[in-house]
Design a binder for this molecule. Sequence first.
Ligand SMILES: C[S@@+](CC[C@H](N)C(=O)[O-])C[C@H]1O[C@@H](n2cnc3c(N)ncnc32)[C@H](O)[C@@H]1O
Length: 299
Amino acid sequence: MMDTRFELIDRCTTFNELLHDMELILNKEHLFYGHGTGNAMDESMAILMYLSESNDVLDEEQLKTSISDQVQEKAKEVLYQRVTESKPLPYITNEAYFCGKKFYVDERVLIPRSPIAELINNRFEPWLNPNSINRVLEIGTGSGCIALSIAEAFSDIEVVATDISPDAIDVARLNTKAHGLEQQVEIIESDLFENVSGLFDLIITNPPYVPDKIMLDLPKEYLHEPHMALAAGEKGLDFISRILHDAPPFLTDNGIVIIEAGVASENMEKGFNMPFIWIDFEIGGEGVALIEASHLKFD
Ligand SMILES: C[S@@+](CC[C@H](N)C(=O)[O-])C[C@H]1O[C@@H](n2cnc3c(N)ncnc32)[C@H](O)[C@@H]1O
């Protein structure tokens, strides 16, 4: 199975050597990073975390630990799939991190990477008063990472999460159970708001938003992700437009919509005559807007 590109791994005796040799191997390949890691070094550390069953980056002492033949073999298997199939690492390891927590993922769901994580880590401050949030709806939950992280950050609120994909619903429910949040988070199969009822203080969504033209040029890694999690018509606004139109009856008077528009941000700003507030992120990321219920008006 193995090709000679991975032979370097056979000389590694410690995690530290493995880390550096994996980085060397990955850097020689034409790979796209952006599914949870930003470069070959980050990705090599993520592989080490998987191989050593650690939820955190390995520290200096851990890096000095000797590795077994099985670890070497497993590392080569991971690299083989990553390099020959351009498969994003989380689909090989079946794990992704979001808001510091581990989520199960496979090719039925988008790999968690939304900048919305930073908002959740900050309990939405300074944009929202955390005490004003009692009920949250997430549209298009995928793995469930956003809905479940919100539930973990606000232990006394109710969270409802929808997805149209039965496959995604299965994964989101699996993660809900794994995080022990079945009492707090309801996962509903629904076309946007179709099967949703009641009012929400916050509607949050990272919907599909990739315009048709950009879909044609995506790096190979994206082709492993569900098409329906990405593709959003000519301007990338197919879902954003429906969500903005349909949200008002589901919002409390002081309700807020937070919507990720990513590469479709400019089209969204131009396409709707509404006072969107574009959120600044410290850690990185952009293309997330906030709009108050009272401003969600169509001409
Ligand atoms: C960009 S992914 C976001 C997944 C997850 N929230 C995250 O941030 O990782 C968009 C999600 O919207 C779902 N979706 C697509 N069309 C939908 C629709 N009409 N109603 C509800 N969900 C939909 C997809 O199945 C996918 O899981």
